[in-house]
Write a protein that binds this ligand. Structure first.
Ligand SMILES: CC(C)(COP(=O)(O)OP(=O)(O)OC[C@H]1O[C@@H](n2cnc3c(N)ncnc32)[C@H](O)[C@@H]1OP(=O)(O)O)[C@@H](O)C(=O)NCCC(=O)NCCSC(=O)C[C@](C)(O)C(=O)O
Length: 279
């Protein structure tokens, strides 16, 4: 692996993809693991469990994310990092049993004014190559907010909206969030340290990871048989806390599959569309 450098630099990592992370994800989400020896490659978004950065403990900041020798680096001190959305395009099969290389760089930094205050959006590009071809092309939108920004509150007393036929539901417990953090080597404390999430960042509970919600949308589409879609565009539109459940749904339309995540009260927390390049 090349040593992580400052923003603008390309950070590269190569490894042999082993079956372990895919099997661990299957067990965590109770989803079918495809044939890892002879199959068509890993399902959409399963690359998130491979080619992970391993920052030095000494480089972690107070929120558990690295503050130096990392891409992206936070745009300033005392910022609150969130995963805001992104786009993932599968351009070929990513297979276990073969080496793969990921190249990462910051594509753009944009300052915006949101309802909740100033927002710095950092678009991070990841390209994964295997066998001489780019097989996964991804943009991750990471947002940084000042510590003084207004935080959402959890709606109280709203009626429960039960899961319907075809919904894909997860019980979001601290153990699920902890195991997802461990599988992605993500030490961000908002997902497992309730005291920190409440007292320092001001959230009413542990936050459900953005990638976990995106994965739920992709898995809902896979379970619904909306097969073959290779491009996912998604946004995390509102924080989802650990006591609020996670219910994903995917519905195939004429040009694309619409997908979303809601909490047990019906509040939408993520939206996405899946499409094939050819449709
Ligand atoms: C993103 C928040 C702060 C915007 O907050 P807001 O409501 O203040 O924004 P807004 O007023 O709706 O929009 C302002 C501007 O931002 C843009 N915008 C607005 N939303 C997005 C988006 N998603 N992606 C890209 N752009 C976005 C929007 O289009 C607009 O741009 P414009 O002025 O040009 O029109 C707010 O919607 C929010 O809190 N979303 C939920 C975030 C969340 O819960 N993420 C998952 C948990 S954090 C996590 O998983 C972390 C992890 C894994 O540990 C890790 O660090 O990597």
């Amino acid at each position: 692996m090349s040593h992580p450098g400052p923003s603008g630099e390309v950070v590269q990592r190569t490894e042999l993809l082993l079956p372990g992370p895919a099997k661990a994800l299957g067990a965590l989400l109770d989803v079918p693991v495809p044939d890892l020896d002879r199959g068509e490659g890993l399902p959409l978004l399963w690359h998130w469990f491979y080619l992970l950065d391993h920052p030095a403990q000494a480089d972690l900041g107070p929120d558990g994310h690295p503050v130096r020798h990392c891409v992206p680096a936070p745009p300033g001190p005392d910022r609150r990092r969130m995963w805001a959305g992104g786009q993932v395009r599968a351009r070929g099969a990513l297979r276990c049993g073969e080496r793969a290389t990921r190249r990462t760089r910051v594509r753009s930094v944009q300052e915006k004014q949101g309802r909740s205050g100033p927002l710095t959006f950092v678009a991070v590009e990841h390209l994964i190559e295997q066998g001489g071809h780019v097989v996964v092309e991804e943009r991750q939108d990471i947002v940084y907010r000042p510590a003084s920004s207004a935080n959402p509150t959890a709606p109280e007393g709203a009626p429960i909206v039960p899961a319907a036929d075809g919904d894909w539901a997860l019980d979001v417990s601290p153990t699920l969030l902890f195991r997802f953090s461990a599988l992605t080597y993500n030490a961000h404390r908002i997902h497992y340290d309730r005291d920190y999430a409440r007292d320092v960042e001001g959230y009413p509970g542990l936050l459900t990871h953005g990638p976990l919600q995106a994965l739920a949308m992709a898995e809902a589409a896979r379970a619904a048989g909306c097969g073959g879609d290779q491009v996912l565009d998604y946004r995390l539109v509102s924080p989802l806390f650990d006591h609020q459940g996670l219910i994903a749904r995917a519905e195939e339309g004429s040009g694309e599959t619409a997908t979303a995540v809601r909490d047990i009260h019906g509040r939408r927390t993520a939206t996405g569309t899946l499409r094939s390049e050819g449709r």
